[in-house]
Design a protein around this ligand. Sequence first.
Ligand SMILES: C[S@@+](CC[C@H](N)C(=O)[O-])C[C@H]1O[C@@H](n2cnc3c(N)ncnc32)[C@H](O)[C@@H]1O
Length: 216
Amino acid sequence: MRLRRKAWARPELESDPKVIYNPMHYKENWQEAFGNNHPVHLELGCGRGQFINQCAELNPHINYIAIDLYDEVLVKALRKINEKALHNVRVIPMNIAKLESIFKHDQIEKIYINFCNPWPSRRHHHKRLTHPQFLSVYKKLMKDHSEIWFKTDDDELFKDSSKYFAEAGFIEKYRTFDLHQSEFTENIKTEYEEKFSNQGVKIKFGIFVVNKGRQN
Ligand SMILES: C[S@@+](CC[C@H](N)C(=O)[O-])C[C@H]1O[C@@H](n2cnc3c(N)ncnc32)[C@H](O)[C@@H]1O
């Protein structure tokens, strides 16, 4: 996603209590950030927030955390949250590489990874959000038997990621190379998903289950 820096984005984010700038404060107690003990689901690299906003609207008893690096997209996500007056979404501007600093073990009940950068060059594979190094962190922070839902337009990333999930000890529950023609009916489209499918690209989708009993 190519972004022009916008000076007004940071003050707008900073003025809204749904944007969390000190996420480490909640590491031991995310219930405090939401004022309830509902399950916590994350979207890693939420972009402009189309997906997480629809999830939050449909599932008021789930607490959603939307993470992205860039203020310029998060501000769009925040505006959607406020337009719908959603109380079950929090926004965190941060690098996903630091996830372990803000969650303790066995806290997260679902992670969504939607259209992350495919990093096609071999020397960049370690930056993929589905690389085994990332997966082993997610696994620690997630509850046993919870799920990662992963969507991409990229064939190579999808094939490699299926191997990464197996290597990291996840169980593959579901996989399709053409989500929109599949029998999977629970899909909520992301912004990038709409863009790619309008170009005729098939959307790849998998559900991978945490199994803490399995070695990686
Ligand atoms: C291609 S966009 C996809 C946006 C959205 N998930 C969708 O499907 O429409 C990927 C997003 O991931 C974010 N991102 C990439 N690497 C990240 C990282 N290490 N930490 C936080 N966000 C990251 C980017 O800023 C970008 O907004």
